[in-house]
Design a binder for this molecule. Structure first.
Ligand code: SF4
Ligand code: SF4
Length: 436
């Protein structure tokens, strides 16, 4: 089985919700829709308090350059526009809507038919992706239309679809591959057209054998799209790691995949592209896994953007109400959530709840130079040095050592026998290098 060669760790996958079909989550009474749910400038509001709107209506417009449109996920009345903390702990402007019924824009095709019109011109596909406000749904949230039109050092040659889902617990992409495989293949064909490539690979870890078998079955006649089984290893979903695992090609630290002719898209993003282009449906809902040791019924929900995470947790059920740590995203790269009333955003892949005593609370000790963090770093760094330099506020040397190329996978922190919070030091170091 294929995998990347440098570093990485084998984690218990704990995919408790792997066999739970996607359930449509009820429309919430109130949604809070952040205008900064993507990398780049916040969207600019187009509505005012008291405006009545429909599900799927554009409520905030992307600014120039890097930004993304934002749409309403419910029909109803705007009751407030203010500033609030989002799921990542950052302040952003938010539009609060009280839902009344669920009246969708007439232009959205709500039929269950699978459409397969790939004769649409490439420019039109990109325009629809941009209009729909699609961003990288694996968590990166970079506006997709920009990623598709980035002019790297060479022409795109290969499309890589990230079906690795290497973070423990998360199963939303797995379920999409099983339940929406045919739509995904149409989405991939649209992307191949836009990128003008004739080869695509879908990389899937072997712990999702049913998805590998199903997609292999339905792509049988389309030799241009190949399914690649991967040995489960974290962080295989990292773009450079996935490219290495599938093609054997190494992307140098200072280059982007696009510079070497690769385009990488995640499964949830491909599904959103299918819906935008074939169904004229903007991005206002997504599949989210709710799981973790303190959740009674691990689930995959199709959730409207702006739904408070409290509602997701309540529906899945908490085992021990008196204790719990909530994480938005996976246990390795996710962020702790302090406030249960923050809403889900486009980048929310999962909401995990753990018993408090389960979270590692080792008192950090000195580095014993065991080298374990070096062994597991998929970028070939010496993470302990980043940490020491950050502690010493030596940002110049951290920059020289390319700390900004750390993509915060957390593998180094996970293996450190001295309990050193390496990733926290690294994040601090990166921030300071940027502000230097
Ligand atoms: S794993 Fe921890 S103790 Fe070992 S070298 Fe890295 S920082 Fe030091
Ligand atoms: S968090 Fe950064 S330094 Fe640590 S293992 Fe991952 S890429 Fe390497």
């Amino acid at each position: 089985l294929k995998t990347f060669s440098k570093g990485g760790i084998i984690l218990p996958d704990n995919k408790f919700s792997a066999n739970c079909p996607v359930e449509t989550f009820p429309v919430p009474e109130i949604v809070k829709i952040h205008l900064s749910q993507h990398i780049g400038a916040p969207a600019i509001p187009l509505v005012q308090v008291s405006d009545r709107i429909k599900t799927g209506q554009l409520i905030a417009k992307a600014q120039d350059n890097v930004s993304a449109n934002v749409h309403s996920s419910v029909s109803g009345t705007v009751i407030e526009i203010s500033e609030m903390t989002n799921i990542n702990g950052q302040k952003s402007q938010v539009i609060i809507i009280r839902s009344e019924g669920d009246t969708w824009l007439e232009s959205i095709d709500r039929s269950g038919d699978i459409k397969n019109d790939i004769s649409i011109p490439a420019e039109e596909i990109i325009r629809k992706i941009k209009d729909a406000g699609i961003v990288g749904l694996g968590g990166a949230t970079f506006p997709t239309h920009l990623k598709l039109t980035y002019k790297g050092e060479k022409k795109f040659e290969i499309l890589i679809i990230n079906g690795a889902e290497c973070e423990p617990y998360i199963t939303s992409d797995h379920r999409l591959m099983l339940e929406k495989g045919k739509e995904l293949i149409v989405g991939i064909q649209l992307l191949m057209k836009v990128l003008d490539v004739d080869k695509a690979f879908i990389g899937i870890e072997e712990n999702k054998k049913d998805a590998i078998d199903y997609l292999t079955d339905i792509t049988g006649s389309k030799a241009k799209i190949r399914i690649v089984s991967l040995k489960p290893k974290y962080p295989q979903g990292g773009e450079k790691q996935l490219i290495k695992a599938i093609t054997g090609r190494e992307i140098p630290l200072h280059k982007l995949p696009a510079d070497m002719g690769f385009a990488v898209q995640n499964i949830s993003t491909v599904f959103a592209i299918y819906e935008a282009v074939q169904k004229d449906k903007p991005l206002f809902e997504r599949v989210i896994t709710v799981s973790g040791s303190n959740i009674k019924n691990p689930s995959n929900f199709l959730v409207r953007i702006g739904t408070p995470i409290r509602e997701l947790i309540t529906k899945a059920g908490i085992k021990d109400e008196s204790s719990g740590t909530i994480i938005s995203g996976g246990p390795m790269m996710g962020k702790a959530v302090e406030d249960m009333d923050v809403p889900v955003t486009k980048g929310t892949t999962a909401v995990l709840v753990f018993a408090r005593n389960e979270m590692r609370k080792v008192k950090p000790r000195s580095c014993i130079r065991c080298g374990k963090c070096v062994e597991v770093c998929p970028q070939g760094f010496e993470p302990y040095i980043f940490a020491i330099l950050s502690e010493n506020e030596d940002y110049e040397n951290n920059e020289i050592k390319k700390i900004n190329n750390c993509f915060e996978c957390g593998s180094c922190t996970y293996v450190c026998p001295s309990g050193r919070p390496l990733l926290s030091f690294i994040k601090e170091g990166k921030k300071n290098v940027k502000n230097k």
